[in-house]
Design a protein around this ligand. Structure first.
Ligand SMILES: [Zn+2]
Length: 414
């Protein structure tokens, strides 16, 4: 029975949280900022201290490998991300990275020797903050995003991904990031639930059986601006009002499936020129639609597209829709589900099966490896906020289950 060093792990999480562009308890750590680079240096130091073999790829994904006694067979991997959206909390992603590292250290401390190598992965930019696309590192690594699409990505400051990553010291071609299909025998990600179910049920461990399919749209509406006093109502082609109607159409389309698993959100609305006495000439909205059923999600996207056309025609504005991403859902591999369940059983820990409604790097790792996720409860289900909280005990238990799972997977089939 593996016992992680709970105090050390809690301390490392606190240290990492202090590497932030927002005052505590908030965490802001956007990819390839100086702050992100300092956090990477901290993590790399811990990996080297743990005796792991560290490698970084051209987009800054970090791999820290504990070489097993059968180094030539595919490795077992775990990991998550350390980037954080503006004004976020300290546990999203970091629990899976530092907890993953502590799982490896725990196994080593307690005399376990892996057959398959066990690797910790820190994925670059799980959050879409800088480049508008989530899971940048794992998308490139799994081939879900190709090199040319990656090279076209730009941040809000107009700097390209290539420029920014090279300035951060990550050279080489983006095509070199992609890994072959058989690189890993298994991938398991430890993460806070970011929802309230485990806490409500009093269950310490969630076993993710599927990750919902996300889609993102950017809709730009062009109308005609003018003086808010001088342009009379019948003559207006107000871009914002069209955007507002489209936002309501997103809600209606998401509700129309009748399933609680379908969700639609408009979380971004930018109005140009943004003056109180000026009719909006342009509006940009960003739409997020998710479902565990890909076909059902796609019918929602089709309804949004039809409504957008109809609203634009009626209001005499133009609307251009760009699909930022439309990813299929992922199902956890039975081999991973079994290993997590066995690790929980071994410790006498209750485990509930659940769906992840947020997406994670596992969504993409599942394309190249048998993959799955372990959730731990977080207070009130709150995430992406400064008051995000998971207790040291909950984190240590998740880490212990992860260690047990990795130990099983490392032995399997070698
Ligand atoms: Zn996360």
């Amino acid at each position: 029975m593996f016992t992680p060093d709970q105090a050390r792990l809690a301390h490392e999480l606190t240290t990492l949280a202090a590497i932030s562009d927002a005052p505590p308890p908030a965490v802001t750590r956007v990819v390839f900022t100086d702050t992100d680079l300092r956090a990477r240096t901290f993590l790399k130091g811990l990996c080297v201290d743990a005796g792991l073999v560290v490698r970084e790829d051209a987009v800054g994904n970090l791999f820290a490998r504990w070489v097993g006694s059968a180094p030539d067979v595919p490795a077992v991997a775990t990991g998550s991300h350390i980037d954080a959206i503006p004004n976020a909390g300290r546990f999203d992603g970091t629990v899976g990275v530092l907890g993953g590292l502590e799982a490896l250290r725990t196994l080593a401390r307690e005399g376990f020797r892996p057959a398959r190598s066990i690797e910790l992965i820190m994925f670059t930019a799980e959050e879409p903050t800088r480049f508008g696309i989530g899971c940048l590192g794992s998308r490139l690594l799994s081939g879900a995003l190709d090199e040319s699409a990656g090279a076209r990505l730009k941040g809000p400051d107009g700097r390209s991904l290539d420029e920014v990553r090279r300035a951060a010291g990550f050279d080489g071609s983006l095509s070199s990031v992609r890994l072959p299909q058989d690189s890993y025998a298994a991938f398991v990600e430890l993460h806070i639930e970011q929802g309230p179910l485990l806490e409500q049920r009093g269950v310490p461990i969630g076993l993710v059986t599927a990750i919902a399919a996300p889609a993102g749209l950017r809709i730009v509406i062009e109308g005609e601006g003018g003086h808010a006093g001088a342009v009379l109502m019948p003559d207006r082609r107000d871009a914002f009002l069209a955007a507002a109607e489209i936002a309501l159409a997103v809600e209606a389309a998401a509700r129309s499936t009748g399933s609680a698993d379908t969700v639609g959100t408009v979380g971004v609305c930018e109005v140009f020129p943004g003056a109180v006495n000026s009719v909006p000439s342009r509006a940009r909205i960003e739409v997020d639609v998710r479902d565990i059923d890909e076909a059902r999600r796609d019918t929602v996207l089709a309804k949004i597209a039809a409504a957008t056309d109809q609203i634009a025609a009626r209001r005499r504005v133009s609307a251009t829709t760009e699909t930022l991403n439309a990813d299929p859902p992922a199902r956890s591999a039975p081999s991973i589900v079994d290993a997590v369940e066995a690790a929980c059983l071994e410790r006498g820990v209750t485990v509930d099966r659940m769906i992840s409604r947020a997406y994670h790097d596992t969504l993409f790792m599942a394309r190249i490896a048998p993959a799955g996720m372990v959730f731990i409860p977080c207070r009130g289900g709150v995430s992406h906020r400064p008051d995000e909280h998971a207790s040291p005990e909950a984190i240590a238990l998740g880490t212990a289950v992860l260690a047990g799972t990795l130990a099983r997977l490392s032995r399997a089939g070698t």
